[in-house]
Design a protein around this ligand. Structure first.
Ligand code: 1GP
Length: 237
């Protein structure tokens, strides 16, 4: 499997990546076919599947439909070990480094070992930082952790860098799905300039123009969830 090496290659070639986030809780199999067709025509390079609260049963089928329709790599973006599916290509193995809740630092990881050890998923260790997006988001509520303040760029940088030193292969700056404010360009710029590994940015990004600004600030991969959920023609505008 070469998901991560392709992300590294894209970074080296300054080719920006775009992931559409699909929350399985909000998408039926029938809708997935239609969404898949839209995504196929969009500039998306990756699909992330996951959510803070989902524990339904149609996950395998949903992913397989999305994969077949879009032909794009699918990465699990898990809120819980029950959201792991072998139908995907890989998993962002997230450590919520901004928080101090042991469940999201190690407990869920231990609980997912049995399923991961048997799977063919490419496991990508990811340092996940929740940044204050101006309102309480699902990640904050479910993980019971406090986000890093937008003006505490120093703390965001040190947390990301500590993640890199710990061996994380990606850093994800997350304002939370549906955030009022995306991660500030200033924070993105400072973190991007001071880490070596690829940087993912998501949460509260609603305009094509903002995607470009976030790229220009140094993000390697941008995640779009809500904007595409609300308007499946988002990328063609
Ligand atoms: C959430 O970063 C993603 O985990 C996407 O957020 O739904 O606000 O686009 P939005």
């Amino acid at each position: 499997q070469n998901l991560y090496s392709n992300i590294l290659l894209a970074k080296k070639n300054r080719q920006k990546l775009l992931a559409v986030l699909i929350d399985p809780e909000k998408v039926s199999i029938e809708q997935a076919v239609v969404l898949g067709e839209k995504i196929k025509k969009s500039p998306a390079t990756h699909i992330f599947v996951g959510g803070s609260t989902f524990n339904g049963t149609h996950l395998d089928e949903l992913i397989s439909v999305i994969k077949t329709t879009t032909q794009l790599p699918v990465l699990i973006f898990p809120g819980h070990p029950s959201q792991i599916s072998n139908e995907a290509d890989g998993i962002l193995f997230l450590s919520l480094l901004s928080g101090r809740n042991p469940e999201y630092l190690i407990e869920h990881h231990i609980n997912s070992v049995d399923i991961l050890a048997k799977s063919n998923l490419e496991i990508i260790p990811t340092g996940y930082l929740l940044i204050d997006g101006g309102k309480e988001t699902a990640v904050q509520r479910v993980s019971q952790t406090q986000p890093i303040e937008q003006n505490n760029i120093e703390l965001a940088y040190k947390t990301a860098k500590a993640g890199e030193f710990l061996g994380k292969k990606l850093i994800y700056l997350e304002a939370g799905s549906g955030a009022n404010q995306h991660v500030s360009l200033e924070m993105i710029r400072y973190v991007a300039q001071n880490i070596e590994i690829p940087l993912i940015v998501g949460g509260g990004i609603r305009f094509m123009k903002t995607i470009q600004e976030v790229y220009n600030a140094g993000a390697d991969l941008v995640v779009i969830g809500t904007a595409f959920e609300n308007d499946s023609n988002f990328f063609s505008l």
